[in-house]
Design a protein around this ligand. Sequence first.
Ligand SMILES: [Zn+2]
Length: 448
Amino acid sequence: MSRISYAQSADSVILAHFFETALVKDKAYSDLHDICKQCGSRLSGSDGAAKAVVLVQKILNSMGLDSVWLQDVMVPHWVRGEKEQASISSTVLKLNQSVPVCALGGSVHSTVDGLNAQVIEVKGLGQLEKMNKADIKGKIVFYNEAFDQSFRETFNAYGISVAQRWGGAMEAARYGAVGVVVRSMSQHVDEWPHTGVMGYNDSLVKIPAVAISTKGAELLSESLAKDKNLRFYFKTQCQTLADAPSYNVIAEIKGTEYPNEVIVVGGHLDSWDLAEGAQDDGAGVVQSIEVLRLFKTTGYKPKRTIRFVAFMNEENGGKGGAKYAEWAKTNGERHIAAIESDAGGFTPRGFSMEGSDTLREYVKRAWKPLLDQFEIGSLDDVGAGADVSHLKDNCTLIGELHPDSQRYFDFHHSARDTWENVNDRELEMGAAAMASFVYLIDKYGLGK
Ligand SMILES: [Zn+2]
């Protein structure tokens, strides 16, 4: 038996042990339960976010790690206010129908009486640019670019459609629109509005923006086809308060041979405010905690320092990721890898990576056959999580757990993102996948 196949078979035993331990002990799932049910939604600056910092610190303190600490970070503090109202009305169609909407994160509120105006529909930002600008003035722009169903990977569809959510209000304001309605970011037609961050341009008027459920979007579009003079009404009470103090929660197992070489695992602790942020991104937080726990319970002593980071404020500012990277740079921390989980607790397929082509080829050549034995050998995608992307210039490899994506946008940023909608076994498989990848990086280094 050659040395390589001997090493691979020894590694295969260790990986199998990670999977078995994760599936039998099921700790990530109970941690997720506690985060979701004891803290609730965790938007930056909220009570829920503050409770989650304390709870995650408590979980880490119980694990016998080498250190656990909090890193200060100031975060934006946006609040939704009372539940939004919206309706479509048309005398021609004898229609006065309320529809589900939610304010987009960061939006200004409507006037006290709500906004009531005619609507102009466009399929995304590209189509808005081609419109007669006089037709936009004084109206609500309705962005109705649906997910492209032809993509097998749903994040690719999201990546295109989300441009209208982020840039819609800025572009519409440029031409004198008074408000914005954006089709929710989901591939299904249902009643759930999905929030998410939006942007403003400080040199333009800030107009209020809401997401409408996909079913509501279909109704609005069909009604507009019959009566282009129909009116849309919405009332929101959201506002941005002063920045608030918060924290990244950090913990580590010190490396036995190269303690100054750091491998980060993490997810983001904040969530949107419509639900418990179970898939996005409680799952990533508990899976990353589980990597440290699996190393402890299976007795694997890493050569390098394995550091867990629960990043704060990924959803509406990215302040936690930026703060961590800035601290790491100032401190001269040597990061060899940073692997995030922020794509839901679904069956793991592999990892996306960002690094040099040579390095990515090395990783594939060296470990794909082993990872394939556990069905986590999909390593072709380029990319990394938003929080670890801040480390890009000072880290050899950044990456992200790549789970199956078919159901993610059923839940993402909506009231459906609850603990009950996470499958315990899929969640634990993702944790074991992360532990496996981190184990290989730790044991063999990255070929430098
Ligand atoms: Zn997320």
